[in-house]
Design a protein around this ligand. Structure first.
Ligand code: EPU
Length: 438
């Protein structure tokens, strides 16, 4: 378990550069399985989620080459083959992406085995939508003690599918299964996050016929075969928002190279309301503290184009320094405020409520989930010994330690490398005062 000892109370100042979005790149790698020729993906970050997907692809005969410096990755699926269950199982619990292998493997091999899933513990994270979707296409699903076995005795056929909630993963499941299924698929209630639109762009480059209609409707006309793609991945807007919040919380000034305005509009509005300043350039966005007191805000996380659930955790650290009561209503995951315990230990005043605070009721309101937070500021933060609980919560812990006076020990920081490339090096580039023990 790696640990970082941080001497806090110093502003982060400097530049960090982004690569492609974790939540697109890993799916694009799975899409390469559908092609009959080699794919080239550019700007692939060197993070452990990418590693896990690369290893799983290799187990299935895909040749993967990744240059971690340039971010160039080639994926050659010309020899896709069945993997041994015992080998697949070694990746159990390491990521959520394996669930997206189902459609492509069923198409390529007629069957698939998916290990037990991992990912952050931020709620139950069921996969019922995924399995319902796959059954609509004609898949037969058998749950085993170690994982899930799928087959498609009659092939996969297009279907009319309606999602009960615009799930990112389930929408990707539909896209990755429908493109070479026989016939037309119509998906209503689809997620339309920029990462999904980027995945659709990739599939279109491969030869798919997909239209995104109004009101969350996506239509896919199945084609017989797909070829490989060359694509530069969309930048990681979650990482961009994380560094933006870190600049605010530490009274710093960070230029985030590769960040772009359109995909971050909702974040930028909130950042401005809190009092954060930003300057949008052609090659990135500069985020900085105004030098004057921060203002409280009301935030409700939501599906796109709403305020992303992955943006709230680091921003909550900055809100502990705002003058007054801020409200954060989490409507995407039922249990995403566990990270606030450590912030309270460091002097923050954050209370969690079961009620839907902030105005709009959500599906968690009647179900007793602790999903609203009230942050009372400003509260000076002091050092503490804390443990990273999950990816975004963990980033917020590190930001809190950087903002706090004194020396904090943050353990379990290797979890952060699941989604943040060269995290420790970037902290150094921004002038943080710390010692890292791997
Ligand atoms: N849901 C179900 N059943 C399902 C699928 C989802 O009930 O079968 C529920 C979830 O429990 C959740 C909601 O639907 O309450 C939304 O989940 P969604 O499927 O949209 O999330 P995901 O695909 O599992 C991706 C990102 C998350 C990000 C969400 C929302 C990846 C690998 N993960 O998760 O990213 O928060 O979309 O935008 O793409 C992160 O990067 O730290 C992270 C958690």
């Amino acid at each position: 378990m790696s640990q970082i000892t941080i001497n806090g109370g110093k502003p982060l100042i400097g530049r960090v550069d982004l690569k492609g979005a974790k939540n697109l790149v890993t799916k694009a790698m799975v899409a390469a399985l559908l092609g009959e020729t080699k794919s080239i993906l550019l700007d692939v970050p060197n993070i452990s989620d990418v590693e896990v997907v690369a290893r799983l692809l290799e187990l299935h005969g895909v040749k993967v080459e990744h240059d971690p410096f340039t971010g160039n990755m080639t994926l050659d699926p010309s020899n896709v083959e069945q993997a041994r269950i015992v080998d697949i199982d070694t990746h159990a619990g390491s990521s959520r992406i394996p669930i997206l292998f189902c459609g492509p493997l069923l198409h390529r091999l007629g069957e698939a085995f998916i290990p037990g899933l991992g990912g952050c513990e931020i709620g139950d994270r069921p996969v019922d939508f995924h399995f319902d979707v796959l059954r609509s296409f004609g898949a037969v699903i058998e749950k085993l003690s170690t994982g899930t076995r799928l087959s498609a005795p009659d092939g996969l056929r297009g279907a009319r599918i309606s999602l009960p909630y615009p799930s990112v993963g389930a929408t990707e499941q539909v896209l990755l299964t429908a493109t070479i299924a026989e016939g037309v698929t119509e998906l209503t209630g689809a997620a339309i996050e920029p990462e999904i639109i980027d995945l659709i762009s990739i599939l279109q480059k491969m030869g798919a016929v997909i239209s995104v209609d109004t009101d969350r409707v996506i239509r896919i006309e199945g084609v017989k075969k797909l070829k490989g793609f060359t694509h530069r991945a969309l930048f990681d807007r979650n990482e961009a928002a994380s560094w933006a919040a870190a600049a605010l919380a530490t009274e710093g000034d960070i230029f985030v190279g590769g960040a772009s305005q359109v995909e971050m509009m909702t974040f930028l509005n909130i950042y401005r309301k809190v009092g954060g300043q930003f300057e949008i350039e052609d090659d990135g966005i500069r985020f900085y503290h105004p030098g004057s007191p921060l203002q409280p805000v009301v935030i409700q996380t939501d599906v796109h184009p709403g305020f992303m659930t992955d943006w709230q955790q680091p921003l909550v650290v900055a809100l502990t320094q705002a003058q007054g009561l801020s409200i954060v209503h989490e409507t995407v995951y039922e249990n995403r405020f566990g990270f606030t315990d450590a912030l309270n230990q460091m002097g923050a005043k954050i209370q969690i409520y079961r009620e839907c605070l902030g105005g709009n009721p959500c599906r968690f309101g009647q179900r007793n989930f602790n999903h609203s937070a009230v942050v009372s500021g400003p509260t000076p933060l002091h050092a503490a010994d804390i443990r990273v609980p999950d990816l975004r919560g963990g980033f917020s812990h590190v930001v809190a330690a950087l903002a706090a006076e004194g020396t904090s020990n943050v353990s379990n920081v290797q979890l952060i490398s699941r989604g943040y490339e060269r995290f420790i090096t970037k902290l150094g580039d921004l002038g943080a005062d710390f010692e890292f023990k791997a």
